[in-house]
Ligand binder design. Sequence first.
Ligand code: NI
Length: 173
Amino acid sequence: MSVKNVLRMGHPVLRQIAAPVTEFNTPELNSLIQDMFDTMAALDGAGLAAPQIGVSRRVVIFGVERNRRYPAAEPVPQTILINPEVLPLDDDMEEGWEGCLSVPGLRGQVPRYTHIIYRGYDETGHLFEREVRGFHARVVQHEVDHLDGILYPQRIRDFSRFGFEAELTGHDF
Ligand code: NI
């Protein structure tokens, strides 16, 4: 159990396609997940993907109760999601502000599908599926992008809505 160093944009591991998890209930997987929760909690994040701590595996965690970095956000249940799939249920997308622990100090407005189904495995290898909208759907798409080597700045369409959070006054995020 430990807080790990979070890799920043530009590190090659963040650009890789992460490998699927093939074995569940292993000490390696359990300690990876624990390290991810410790790291996310220490940095007050809403989510974290394994590549961000240097492990190129298809594991993400997320969850928001009340988050200082996302005060306007609706709650999202604490979730461990392994080998995920995301399916948009229609073509609707909306812009919303995102930040990332691998892109410290910055925020940008990113288009995401508003209504999705996602499925994947929990830490015991149990398959589950959820239909979600809005901020929950946004968080999942952001985290799953990390597993395909994509960081949110690569999704931005309007770079007038990208900058340092300390300078972005008057924006609701
Ligand atoms: Ni991120």
